[in-house]
Design a protein around this ligand. Structure first.
Ligand code: SF4
Length: 346
């Protein structure tokens, strides 16, 4: 966007550098903060360019203040999206960004999937979520509070909006802009194989997270319609190629649903699937969604499941449920707000 503004107004290149410094490195709160520009130039950009493509509709902070969930209205069409900022105890600040309004993939356990698909975000709308988080952290006025990691795990399937996702990653990794290492960027996908191959061919060398959620084809296809088209065997072969190419381990997201994915048999199948693969399994406690009678795994099932993983040397963690009190799981807050709006209208 700055490139077009600079070109259109025939400005020298250094104006673009000053803009990037103010916006991405010094974290400006408005175009007025580009103090290296004249007042006239700042007024001009205000007339021509939107400072922020989103409008803050609500911000909820968890009791421990470690999870901040923002609900944004797109200025373009008023549709709602979510962004989550997680402040980890070890000093990392991770932003979980959305890349779509809703999601067309319709995984049965996912609140976003239940919303249906309402459009792709463009690269600026993705970048603006991270800029919002940077400004939030700057306002805290604490030392060293910067966005350190970005995960594409919010609303939407990144492989189905790959162009915008890659464009936003260019901004995050550009030395003149965010200057973040790709190692700090994670893309999560439910397994659209042709687009995953495109991602690998693009030279992306960040982290890859796979929404696995079931250890066999039958159960996976039941939970995730995408698995009917792109089967587990083929997915695992694609991931093996990625590991071969990058020597990076893959994160496998695995949702713990009572008596469905958390049985001893599932644990043993997961062991077989992970054996001899560079892996990390992230076990995710399930959050109930409307229209499905799945239940969260009880403690004893998790214990049995993790015991089997442990006995077989599987590398795993149980996702810390940060921000339960702010509906931090993907799509939960938007769903709640939309439901309330519908009730008010009816
Ligand atoms: S889990 Fe991801 S891919 Fe599946 S419906 Fe939810 S947002 Fe879409």
């Amino acid at each position: 966007m700055i490139k077009e503004f600079v070109e259109k107004n025939k400005l020298p290149k250094f104006r673009e550098n000053q803009f990037n410094q103010a916006i991405y490195k010094d974290i400006a709160f408005s175009f007025d903060d580009i103090t290296t520009w004249s007042k006239d130039l700042r007024e001009k950009i205000k007339e021509e360019v939107e400072f922020f493509t989103l409008e803050e509709a609500r911000v909820i902070v968890s009791k421990r203040e470690d999870t901040i969930k923002a609900l944004f209205k797109r200025k373009k069409d008023g549709k709602l999206i979510e962004t989550v900022l997680m402040r980890h105890r070890d000093g990392r600040n991770t932003v979980c960004v959305s890349c779509m309004v809703g999601c067309p993939v319709n995984c049965r356990f996912c609140a976003t999937g239940k919303m249906g698909f309402n459009g792709n975000l463009d690269a600026r709308e993705i970048v603006d979520q991270v800029l919002w988080a940077s400004r939030y952290l700057k306002k805290l006025d604490l030392e060293d509070q910067k966005v350190t990691n970005i995960v594409f795990m919010g609303m939407g399937e990144p492989m189905l909006n790959l162009k915008s996702v890659l464009e936003s990653i260019d901004v995050f990794t550009d030395e003149d802009k965010y200057g973040m290492s790709t190692r700090r960027i994670t893309i999560s996908t439910s397994g659209f194989i042709p687009q995953m191959n495109q991602l690998f061919e693009s030279g992306f060398r960040g982290r890859l997270a796979i929404s696995l959620h079931a250890p066999n084809q039958k159960l996976r296809a039941e939970l995730m319609p995408v698995a009917e088209k792109f089967e587990l065997d083929e997915l695992m072969r694609t991931l093996d190629n990625y590991v071969e190419l990058t020597n990076k381990r893959v994160s496998y997201e695995y949702i713990m649903i009572k008596d469905k994915t958390d049985t001893a048999e599932s644990a043993r199948e997961l062991v077989d699937l992970m054996k001899n693969r560079l892996h990390h399994v992230n076990l995710i406690p399930f959050n109930p969604v409307r229209g499905e009678d799945y239940k969260r795994s009880p403690k004893e099932n998790i214990k049995r499941f993790t015991g089997i993983l442990e006995d077989n040397g599987i590398n795993f963690t149980i996702r810390v449920t940060m921000g339960d009190d702010v509906d931090a799981a993907c799509g939960q807050l938007v769903t709640k707000v939309l439901k309330r709006e519908r009730r008010t209208r009816d």
